[in-house]
Design a binder for this molecule. Structure first.
Ligand code: NDP
Length: 296
């Protein structure tokens, strides 16, 4: 069986189109332009690329983009002051502090200083608690993107067996909460899980978020299962640099019913969901109806 390919790049383009439509309506009907502020501390090259890309896509969907670039040796007090200013700026509806932060800054402290309703990354402890108790929250972008693709492919996920490999706060745990919210029976696997292959073989849905190149081979995948590969791993093969996921795509595609590729799967959905979260935050801040299909 050759798997259907879930095209995250194309899906992300439809999400951005929807966001752009809502932004246009907000401007036309309410004279409101959603704004996203991104704070970058230091000059980590990967972070610089992400921030540039976020800024570009924010502007492309018609929103305001505010970039705050701070020196690597910025003090905690100065960073907290920047966040505080953004919290109190009515033109800013979403705030994202690019991680990782330089080692002298306490990430938890900084993230928890963001106003929860502007926390478009969904990492604030209030949003984590709201998601965990099934209440309206800001949902972390990467798991939200995975959920959107799964819902689009399957319609209802109710009653499906899902295995999430990885228990990080930014992907694994919120992913599991979202699947539970959609009435899947969820197993969270991690580095201490016993007999991972057998655990994965039971799953109708496999979400791999580990960070180990191609660690899930095809023979772990149940015939017809849906595989969402979150992993982004840079490897060298045949003398060339290559991006691969946590799943061995070629062998998994032989058994899966549907699978996301790397690149072009989950990756593009993450920024699209950041934009979706920003427009959602803007609607909530203004007491307006939330856009349909862009939230959990
Ligand atoms: P973390 O390193 O924070 O977490 C990795 C998880 O994998 C941990 O829970 C760890 O278990 C588990 N793990 C490690 N080794 C094994 C193993 N042998 N068997 C089973 N589980 C294992 O990673 P992230 O969640 O931040 O990211 C995961 C991957 O997703 C990375 O490749 C990252 O680049 C990618 N990513 C992609 C995004 C996108 O936009 N597409 C966004 C975010 C991340 P334990 O807790 O026991 O140590």
């Amino acid at each position: 069986m050759a798997a259907n390919i879930i095209d995250g790049k194309a899906f992300a383009a439809t999400v951005r189109e929807k966001v752009a439509g809502h932004v246009a309506r907000l401007k036309e009907e309410h004279d409101i332009t959603p704004g996203l502020a991104v704070v970058l501390v230091g000059e980590d090259p990967a972070s610089q690329v992400y921030v540039r890309s976020k800024g570009k896509q924010t502007v492309e969907v018609g929103m305001n983009s505010f970039e705050h670039k701070l020196d690597a040796d910025t003090s905690e007090a100065d960073l907290l002051a920047v966040v505080d200013k953004l919290n109190n700026d009515p033109t800013v509806h979403g705030i994202l502090v690019q991680l990782p932060l330089p080692g002298h800054l306490n990430e938890d402290l900084i993230i928890n200083s963001i106003a929860p309703e502007k926390d478009v990354d969904g990492f604030h402890i209030s949003n984590v608690g709201l998601l965990g108790t099934g209440q309206k929250s800001m949902v972390p972008c990467t798991p939200l993107g995975c959920l959107m693709m799964l819902r689009d492919y399957h319609g209802s996920l109710s009653g499906m067996d899902a295995v999430v490999i990885g228990r990080s706060n930014i992907v694994g745990k919120p992913m599991a909460q979202l699947l539970l919210g959609d009435s899947c029976t969820v197993t969270i696997a991690h580095s201490r899980t016993k007999d991972l292959p057998e655990v994965v073989r039971r799953a109708d849905i496999v979400v791999a978020a580990v960070g180990r190149p191609e660690m899930v081979p095809g023979d772990w995948i149940k015939e017809g299962a849906t595989v969402i590969d979150v992993g982004i791993n840079r490897i060298e093969r045949d003398g060339k640099n290559k991006l691969v996921g946590d799943v061995d795509f070629a062998s998994a595609a032989e058994r899966a019913g549907a699978i996301t590729p790397v690149p072009g799967g989950v990756g593009p959905m993450t920024i699209a969901c950041l934009l979706a979260n920003t427009v959602t935050a803007c609607c909530r801040a203004n007491g307006l109806a939330e856009p349909e299909g862009l939230t959990a």
